[in-house]
Ligand binder design. Structure first.
Ligand code: AMP
Ligand code: MG
Length: 343
C-alpha cells in the first residue's frame, strides 16, 4: 500500500485538508494523526475489521485494549457510562492528556475493549486530532502509532519509520507537545486507580478525586508469570535496541562524572541534562535539569536517535517520582527493562 502524507500545521490547517483522511476512517482505513501526547494510529471505533487492522499494523497483541478518542466530552457518554467523578475530571482536564476507564455500553467495536466490560475514553486537545474526529463522525480507536514495543512516536518521521506502507494516511502535525502517552485512570465503584502516569499528574488527579490508588505495576516489574493488564505494564516496553541503563545517585556531581567517563567510550550513548557533559558524538540532552516537561517532550525521540548502529549501551539519569517525573520514571524503567545502575 502507498501511504499518503498530509501536512497539517496545528496553527493554520484548514478542515478540508483532513477530509480525505476522515473519509478513509469512515471507510475502514487506518490514519496516523498527531495528538498532544504522541502520534496515534486511528481507525473507526465502530468498525471491528478496521480496528483489527490496527493490531496487525503494529504487531500488537489482540488482548490489549485501545483508547476511544472523542471530539467532545459530551460524546463519551454514548459509549461509556459517565458518572459524576468522570464529569469532574472532564471539567478540570479535558480536552487534554487524560484517559478514563469506565463501564462500557457495549456498542463500540469489540476489538477496541479486547472483550472487557470497560472502555477507555479520551478527548484530545490537539486541534488536528479534534478536527479529524469531528470530520470522521465516529469515535476513533487509537493506540500509539509505533511498532509494538518500540518507543512511542512524537514526530511524523517516527511514524514514517515504523508504519510507512501499512496505513492509508499519515497526518504530519509537527512535534507532540506533551511527548508521553496519556495518563490513564480507572474509575471503579470502589475507587480510582492510576494505571499509567502521564501529563495529568497523580497530584492533579488527587486534587479532583481525593484518594487515588496507584497500580503496583506503575513502578514495579510484573510478578514472574503474571499476565499484565496492558503492554505498558510489561517488564520491557518502549525500548531501544541497545540496552538502556538508568543511572541513579543522590549526588549530581557523581552522576555527571559517571556520564563524562562513560562518554569516552565510542560504543556508549549518553542521555543527560544540559551542561552535564560537553557536546560530542553520542551525547544527547533532555533539557535543563529541572525542566521535566521538556524531558518528557524529548525522551522518546532521544531513545530513537541514541540507538544508532554500533552503540552497545545507552545511559540516562533515573528521574524523580514527583509530578510528571512519575510518568518519566514509568516509561524509562520499561525502556530499560528495569536495569538500574546505582553509583
Ligand atoms: P496505547 O494507546 O498503546 O498507549 O495503549 C492503550 C492503553 O490503554 C492500553 O495498553 C491499556 O493500558 C489502556 N486501556 C485501554 N482500555 C482499557 C480498559 N478497558 N481497561 C484498562 N486499561 C485500558
Ligand atoms: Mg503504545
Amino acid at each position: 500500500m502507498t501511504t499518503k502524507f498530509i501536512s497539517a500545521d496545528p496553527e493554520r490547517f484548514a478542515e478540508s485538508d483532513l477530509s480525505d483522511a476522515a473519509k478513509a476512517i469512515r471507510d475502514g482505513g487506518l490514519v496516523a494523526f498527531p495528538t498532544e501526547t504522541v502520534y496515534g494510529l486511528g481507525a473507526s471505533g465502530i468498525n471491528d475489521r478496521a480496528v483489527k487492522r490496527i493490531f496487525e499494523a503494529k504487531g500488537r497483541p489482540s488482548n490489549n485494549p485501545l483508547i476511544l478518542h472523542f471530539a467532545s466530552v459530551g460524546d463519551c457518554n454514548e459509549y461509556a457510562v459517565c458518572d459524576d467523578r468522570f464529569l469532574a475530571l472532564a471539567d478540570a482536564f479535558m480536552p487534554g492528556p487524560l484517559t478514563v476507564v469506565l463501564p462500557s455500553r457495549g456498542n463500540c467495536a469489540p476489538s477496541v475493549t479486547a472483550g472487557l466490560s470497560t472502555v477507555a475514553v479520551r478527548v484530545p486537545m490537539h486541534p488536528v486530532a479534534r478536527s479529524l474526529i469531528k470530520a470522521a463522525g465516529v469515535p476513533i480507536a487509537a493506540p500509539s502509532a509505533n511498532l509494538s514495543g518500540k518507543p512511542s512516536p512524537t514526530t511524523c518521521d517516527h511514524v514514517k519509520n515504523d508504519l510507512n506502507g501499512k496505513v492509508e494516511f499519515v497526518i504530519d502535525g509537527g512535534a507532540c507537545t506533551v511527548g508521553l502517552e496519556s495518563t490513564i485512570v480507572k474509575l471503579d465503584p470502589t475507587g480510582a486507580t492510576l494505571l499509567r502516569p502521564g501529563g495529568i499528574t497523580l497530584e492533579m488527579l488527587k486534587s479532583v478525586l481525593g484518594e487515588v490508588d496507584v497500580a503496583p505495576e506503575v513502578l514495579a516489574p510484573p510478578a514472574p508469570g503474571a499476565v499484565p493488564e496492558s503492554p505498558g505494564m510489561l517488564l520491557k516496553h518502549y525500548s531501544p535496541n541497545a540496552p538502556l541503563y538508568l543511572v541513579r545517585s543522590d549526588d549530581h556531581a557523581r552522576l555527571t562524572s559517571f556520564f563524562h567517563e562513560a562518554s569516552m567510550q565510542p560504543d556508549n550513548a549518553i542521555i543527560c541534562f544540559n551542561g552535564d557533559v560537553n557536546p560530542k558524538n553520542n551525547v544527547y540532552y533532555l533539557g535543563d535539569r529541572d525542566d521535566e516537561f521538556e524531558h518528557a517532550r524529548r525522551l522518546f525521540d532521544l531513545l530513537r536517535v541514541a540507538d544508532k548502529p554500533g552503540i552497545r549501551r545507552i545511559y540516562a539519569p533515573m528521574p524523580r517520582r514527583e509530578g510528571i517525573g512519575l510518568a518519566l520514571q514509568n516509561r524509562m524503567l520499561r525502556a530499560a527493562a528495569f536495569r538500574i545502575k546505582d553509583i
